[in-house]
Design a binder for this molecule. Structure first.
Ligand code: ASP
Ligand code: MG
Length: 423
C-alpha cells in the first residue's frame, strides 16, 4: 500500500460537477488501495474575488497606510478553500468513501507570523495518519495555516501547491500528485510552440528554473520544498476521465514526474525553453568605476522592494567609468527609475536609460554542467534569426537572454528546435 497526497487547483474544483469529478479521481486511488489525503484550492476566481472585497473595504479616509489589517485579509481570503474542502468531503461521503475536511488550524499547519505570505513551519500529521488506518480520506484546505498569534495565516497566491507538498512531507507520503488543467510540464509553452512535448520526468532543479522563469505550472516555493525533502511531485490533468486511469502499482498515467536527477536515466542536455514577459531594462551610462557603486545602486532598490533580476556590468577600459545594466519587472520600472534618480549624486552616473517591453528567454538543462557549447548554439541560432541580444546571464544549468518582446516567439521556437526538443 502506498500513501498519496492529491492536490486539485482552482480550475479542477471550479464548479459542483468538477468537484464530483475530483471525488471520482480520489475514489479511484482509494479503491486501488492507497491511503489518500487531498489538498484543495478555492474555486477558480474565488480568491481574486475575496482579495478584491478586502481591498475595497477600507473607508476612503483611511486609504493611506496601513492599508488594512493583514490578519483580517487572511480571515477573508482563506475562506474559499474551506468551501471546497467541505464540498469535496460531502461528495466523497455520498459515494461511500469515508472522508472529512480539515482546516489549517485543525491539523494544525503551523506557520510563521507573515500574514498574507506566511511560511509553513510545521505540520502535525499524527491524527490524519491515525485515521488512514481506519480508511478515512483527509480533505485539507490548502493555502492556509495558523500563525504564532493563533490566527489564520495564508501562504501567498498559488500557495496550495506548497500546502500539498508540505503535507506530503509531513505524512511521509510516497508521492504528491498535483492535478491541474494541463497534463504535465512541457518543453516550452505549447501556445507558442505547438511542437512542444510533454516531459516524462524533470529534475527538481530544472523545474525550479522553469517555474521561476514563467512556466506557471507550480508555485516556486512548492518546488523548493519538494527538492529539500526529496518528495516526488507528479503533475497531471484532472480533466482525464477518472475511470479510465490505471492506478495500480507500476502503471504510468500521463503526466510529468518532478524528481531527483539520479532518477532520470535518459538525460537530455537541454530540457526546456522558458520565457518571462514584462521585463524592463535599466541602463546607467558612464558610472564611475570605483568600490561601492553596485551597493549604491542596488541597496536603495532593495530597500524600495524592487526585484532586480539580471545584472550586467562591464569592466571599464581605463578604470574610470563603465556601464551598468539590470532588469526589473515592468510594473516596478517607474519605482526603480525614481529610486535611481534620487541616488544620482551617490552613484555618479551620466545617463539613465530605461526600456520596458523586454522578454527573457531561458534555455534550461542539467546536462549543461557537463556539455560545452550549449550557450554558443543559442547565440548562433538567435543571430541567424536576426534577434538582437541585450543581456545574458548564466548559471550552471541555464542561460538567460534578454531580447525585445517582438522577437520572443521567434526566439522560443528557434531555440526549441535547435536543441532537438521538437522531435
Ligand atoms: N486559492 C489560492 C490562490 O488563488 C491558493 C491556490 O490556488 O493555490 O492563490
Ligand atoms: Mg496554482
Amino acid at each position: 500500500m502506498s500513501r498519496l497526497v492529491m492536490k486539485f487547483g482552482g480550475t479542477s474544483v471550479a464548479d459542483l460537477d468538477k468537484i464530483r469529478n475530483v471525488a471520482c479521481h480520489v475514489r479511484r486511488e482509494v479503491e486501488a488501495g492507497h491511503q489518500v489525503a487531498v489538498t484543495v484550492s478555492a474555486m477558480s476566481g474565488k480568491t481574486n474575488e475575496l482579495v478584491d472585497w478586502v481591498r475595497s473595504m477600507p473607508v476612503l479616509a483611511n486609504r493611506n497606510a496601513p492599508f488594512f489589517d493583514a490578519r483580517e485579509y487572511d480571515a477573508v481570503v482563506a475562506s474559499g478553500e474551506q468551501v471546497t474542502a467541505g464540498l469535496l468531503a460531502i461528495a466523497l461521503q455520498s459515494m461511500g468513501v469515508d472522508a472529512r475536511s480539515w482546516l489549517g488550524w485543525q491539523i494544525p499547519v503551523r506557520t510563521d507570523a507573515a500574514h498574507g505570505s506566511a511560511r509553513i513551519e510545521n505540520i502535525d500529521g499524527a491524527e490524519i495518519i491515525k485515521r488512514f488506518g481506519g480508511g478515512q480520506v483527509a480533505v485539507v484546505a490548502g493555502f492556509q495555516g495558523i500563525g504564532p498569534d493563533n490566527r489564520i495565516a495564508t501562504l501567498g497566491r498559488g500557495g496550495s501547491d506548497t500546502s500539498a507538498v508540505a503535507l506530503a512531507t509531513a505524512l511521509e507520503a510516497d508521492r504528491c500528485d498535483i492535478y491541474t488543467d494541463v497534463d504535465g510540464v512541457y518543453t516550452t509553452d505549447p501556445r507558442i510552440e505547438p511542437k512542444a512535448k510533454r516531459l516524462g520526468k524533470i529534475s527538481f532543479e530544472e523545474m525550479l528554473e522553469m517555474a521561476s522563469l514563467g512556466a506557471k505550472v507550480l508555485q516556486v516555493r512548492s518546488v523548493e520544498l519538494a527538492m529539500v525533502h526529496g518528495m516526488p511531485v507528479f503533475v497531471r490533468s484532472s480533466f482525464d476521465d477518472p475511470e479510465s486511469i490505471d492506478s495500480s502499482p507500476g502503471a504510468t498515467p500521463p503526466g510529468t514526474l518532478i524528481c531527483s536527477e539520479d532518477e532520470i536515466v535518459e538525460q537530455q542536455i537541454v530540457t526546456g525553453i522558458a520565457y518571462a514577459k514584462d521585463e524592463a531594462q535599466v541602463s546607467l551610462r558612464r558610472v564611475s568605476d570605483k568600490p561601492g557603486i553596485a551597493a549604491a545602486v542596488f541597496g536603495p532598490l532593495a530597500d524600495a522592494n524592487v526585484n532586480v533580476d539580471m545584472i550586467v556590468q562591464n569592466v571599464s577600459e581605463d578604470g574610470s567609468v563603465t556601464d551598468m545594466t539590470f532588469t526589473v519587472p515592468n510594473g516596478d520600472l517607474e519605482k526603480a527609475v525614481a529610486v535611481i534618480e534620487k541616488s544620482r549624486e551617490e552613484i555618479g552616473y551620466q545617463v539613465l536609460q530605461s526600456d520596458p517591453g523586454m522578454v527573457k528567454v531561458s534555455v534550461i538543462g542539467i546536462g549543461m554542467r557537463s556539455h560545452a557549447g550549449v550557450a554558443s548554439t543559442a547565440f548562433k541560432t538567435l543571430s541567424e534569426h536576426g534577434v538582437n541580444i541585450r543581456a545574458i546571464t548564466t548559471s550552471e544549468i541555464k542561460i538567460s537572454i534578454l531580447i525585445d518582446a517582438d522577437y520572443a516567439e521567434l526566439a522560443v521556437r528557434a531555440l526549441h528546435s535547435v536543441y532537438g526538443l521538437d522531435k
